[in-house]
Design a protein around this ligand. Structure first.
Ligand SMILES: Nc1ncnc2c1ncn2[C@@H]1O[C@H](COP(=O)(O)OP(=O)(O)O)[C@@H](O)[C@H]1O
Ligand SMILES: [Mg+2]
Length: 221
């Protein structure tokens, strides 16, 4: 599903000095695999995930989704590729405060041309799976962090993205709520998605098909 080769990325310090973050990352994730990338804070995990998900451009290297090269496309073509292939789960949930839980999830179907009734039905199945169906008509500020993250997860997978990218998906959660999210990620992989989780938490590696450490800008087995 996902193949990245030779990814290089630097940021610039205010002095203009380059800060190398990725120094040649190669990564392949097949359908049904869950790959965990661990590394200490500042090692470049979020940068790697943003590059893999086409949110940020690398300075060098290539990314393919299902053997289609997506890293050389225009900005708008990249955003279409993202919409078609990628679901993101972030540490901060970014639910819209003026929409209910259910409406936040259904929002993900807006640009897919999917039937609204069908999207609502699918959203309710997912909310039920994550144990938050009874919260569907609540607004984000009425929900706990764990509930908000479950709802954000439902939104990320509503369109069944074949590639799921999760950045510290349990970063704001206690252990019990974190376990729910990790379980849900593993279920998506078993259902055939390619899943990449970056996290400093060791639980991210549990049930992963491969675990890499990001150190010095490269992935180590
Ligand atoms: N937009 C940016 N501009 C400049 N430096 C950045 C930017 N984003 C991240 N960095 C730097 O890149 C390094 C890696 O950051 P990040 O990918 O967020 O690491 P991690 O997610 O592993 O904590 C850090 O040194 C960070 O300060
Ligand atoms: Mg990070």
């Amino acid at each position: 599903m996902l193949r990245a080769s030779g990814l290089v990325k630097s940021y610039r310090a205010p002095s203009g000095e380059p800060i190398p973050v990725l120094r040649g990352v190669d990564l392949t994730v097949k359908d049904g695999e869950l790959v965990a990338v661990v590394g200490h804070s500042g090692s470049g995990k979020s940068t790697l995930l943003s590059v893999l998900g086409l949110l940020e451009d690398a300075d060098a290297g290539e990314i393919t989704y299902e053997n289609v090269c997506v890293s050389v496309r225009s900005r708008s073509a990249k955003s279409r590729a993202r919409g078609r292939w990628v679901g993101f789960v972030f540490q901060s949930f970014l639910l819209l405060p003026s929409l209910t839980a259910l409406e936040n999830v259904v929002l993900a179907a807006r640009y897919t041309g999917r039937d609204r009734t069908e999207a609502r039905r699918r959203a309710q199945v997912l909310l039920d799976e994550l144990g938050v169906l009874e919260r569907k008509d609540h607004y984000p500020q009425e929900l706990s962090g764990g509930e908000q993250q479950r709802i954000a997860f439902c939104r990320a997978v509503l369109n069944d993205p074949p590639l799921l990218l999760a950045d510290e998906p349990t970063g704001n959660l206690d252990d019990a709520n974190g376990a729910v999210i990790f379980d849900a990620l593993r279920r998506r992989a078993r259902a055939g998605a390619a899943v990449v989780v970056v996290s400093h938490r060791p639980e991210a590696a549990m049930g992963a098909t491969a675990v890499y450490r990001l150190r010095g800008g490269v992935l180590e087995a």
